[in-house]
Design a protein around this ligand. Structure first.
Ligand SMILES: [Fe+2]
Ligand SMILES: [Fe+2]
Length: 215
């Protein structure tokens, strides 16, 4: 399957490094296929609708972790900011939907999120580590794909919107990774991340028939 390379920002999907404040981390093991981009560009309205769901779910992930680990102060404080930011993204995407007269409606989720979550171990503290790393991988993939949309979307204003969100998602994957290394030894984080990143790449090896951000 052909892989595509980010052009203007000068990095590829395999070794992403945000240009601003994110620590140098390489989370994704596979780059998004050209087939996904072709599918997404042919279905921009549906991608926007799915994107709305993604932003709401991202806020929910941060809130759930705050509820589950209320005494982990660094986690609570940093995820408070992420939850707020994801909700503000949710509203911005919804404004785009309104503008394009796309009604908010439920959309069957692709298998990606649930399949990744099945690899979160049930016992603590492993559950915490896996939850943070799965969230980091999802954010990293969002960052990569919003970047592809920013580079290739034929509508300049929409492309600019994706570009504006992309930097936030890069910061988010960095934050989840930093949280993982706050509560767990670096070596343990690296080993588990490698396993989960392999699984993440395998889940996207075949493009889901329905256009989705994580199809
Ligand atoms: Fe977001
Ligand atoms: Fe995010």
């Amino acid at each position: 399957m052909a892989e595509i390379t980010r052009s203007r920002s000068g990095f590829d999907g395999l070794s992403q490094q945000n240009r601003s404040t994110t620590p140098k981390i390489q989370l994704l093991q596979t780059a998004t296929s050209e087939a996904w981009l072709t599918q997404a560009l042919a279905n921009l309205d549906l991608i926007l609708l799915d994107h709305s769901h993604c932003e709401r779910k991202a806020a929910g992930v941060a809130l759930n972790l705050m509820f589950r680990y209320p005494s982990s102060e660094k986690l609570v404080r940093t995820l408070t900011a992420i939850a707020q930011e994801e909700l503000s993204h949710f509203e911005l995407v919804n404004q785009w939907l309104e503008r394009r007269q796309i009604p908010l409606r439920s959309l069957p989720a692709p298998p990606y999120g649930a399949a990744l979550s099945r690899h979160i171990r049930r016992e603590e503290p492993e559950r915490m580590l896996d939850s943070l790393l799965v969230a980091a991988l999802i954010e990293a993939r969002s960052h990569e794909r919003l970047g592809l949309l920013a580079d290739h979307c034929p509508e300049p204003e929409l492309a600019q919107f994706y570009r504006s969100l992309m930097a936030s998602e890069a910061r988010h994957y960095g934050i989840y990774w930093v949280l993982a290394t706050t509560y767990f030894e670096r070596e343990i984080v690296d080993i588990r991340l490698a396993t989960l990143a392999t699984l993440e790449g395998e889940l996207l090896a075949t493009v889901y028939p329905q256009p989705r951000i994580h199809s």
